[in-house]
Design a protein around this ligand. Structure first.
Ligand code: ZN
Length: 334
């Protein structure tokens, strides 16, 4: 008898649950799906109005039942947007169309949302990929103000640009460049080994190439920068020369290349440059300041300046066409 009462009670309770979901407007098939969730989840759903996207949410392989509250709170958005926002941890109370579109933009960094929105306001830029790219590369900030100290423990992936300083960093394992490959200067060992392998291949194909600048110490950059200041105003010098502590060359992972007998300006038109366009990444090198990215890197196009970042990252940058600055912001810095 007791058992029967318990059974009847259970039956009544389950009938109630069905009724509640039914009252809200869910069909029998939908109720079956909802009832596959935990009792807590069912209770939450019962407190909300009918949600036409709920089946799409629950049936999606990325649906995370623990975050049911957040999915439900985003009613008014379609299931895909709600899954993207909640699963990536972008949840907040309100969403406007621009924010939502930014979140779907390649290389969106959630921590920088306010900066993206401020950049749109101040510049009036409507191409959201361009907004994300500029802000990722800190181009919404004044150069050389509020600069950050670069994490040199990142080794080949350390960054030096107009927003990150490597201060007085000196590479630990500097190797003297053999006169067969370039001028009397030094490079970080891994960079040097990668470079000589690449240069050997080029020369075996009859393509001459020569290192005309490599590692530059903090002090030598002081001299270079001051020399330029004697002829050009600082805002002009800043477009073609780094301030001391901010130079890519100081990482020890950079070569400036020429064809023997040629100069930096003519390197663009050499067989060596054409070869590097195709193969540099295979040896871990990238063109650090590409054409058409002046506004992103903050530097004029330098066809001669190659930075070692390792094969994997070089291939990624080669394949996607993003700058190292943006790679750093997206994959290393955040
Ligand atoms: Zn250079």
């Amino acid at each position: 008898m007791k058992l029967l009462l318990v059974f009847l009670l259970a039956l009544t309770l389950s009938a109630c649950a069905n009724n509640t979901l039914k009252d809200i407007g869910y069909s029998d098939d939908e109720i079956k799906v909802i009832e596959s969730l935990s009792d807590d989840s069912i209770n939450i759903i019962e407190k909300e109005p009918y949600d036409s996207e709920l089946m799409d949410l629950i049936n999606d392989p990325t649906f995370d039942e623990a975050k049911l509250d957040e999915y439900l709170a985003l009613d008014g958005l379609d299931a895909d947007d709600r899954l993207m926002i909640v699963n990536k941890g972008y949840y907040s109370d309100t969403y406007d169309a621009t924010t939502l579109a930014l979140m779907k933009t390649s290389y969106y960094i959630h921590d920088r949302l306010d900066r993206y929105l401020a950049y749109i306001d101040s510049v009036g830029e409507t191409d959201l990929r361009s907004v994300v790219e500029h802000v990722n590369c800190d181009r919404d900030h004044e150069v050389y103000t509020d600069t950050m100290v670069s994490d040199t423990s990142k080794g080949d992936l350390m960054i030096a640009n107009k927003y990150y300083t490597i201060e007085d960093y000196v590479p630990e394992d500097l190797v003297h460049i053999d006169s067969y490959y370039g001028l009397d200067a030094y490079l970080d060992r891994d960079t040097y080994e990668a470079y000589t392998a690449m240069a050997d291949q080029m020369m075996s194909e009859g393509i001459d190439v020569w290192i005309t600048s490599a590692y530059r110490s903090y002090d030598s950059q002081v001299n270079i920068y001051n020399r330029y200041l004697a002829t050009d105003p600082q805002e002009v010098v800043d477009t073609y020369s780094a301030r001391p502590g901010f130079s890519d060359h100081q990482t020890g992972r950079v070569v400036d290349l020429i064809e023997p007998g040629g100069d930096l300006g003519s390197f663009e038109y050499t067989d060596a440059k054409a070869w590097l366009d195709e193969h540099a990444y295979e040896y871990g090198f990238i063109l650090r300041y590409p054409e058409d990215k002046e506004d992103i890197t903050g530097y004029m196009y330098e066809s001669w300046h190659y930075r070692y970042v390792g094969k994997e990252v070089a291939k990624y940058i080669h394949d996607t066409g993003i700058t190292f600055d943006e790679y750093y912001a997206y994959f290393i810095g955040s």
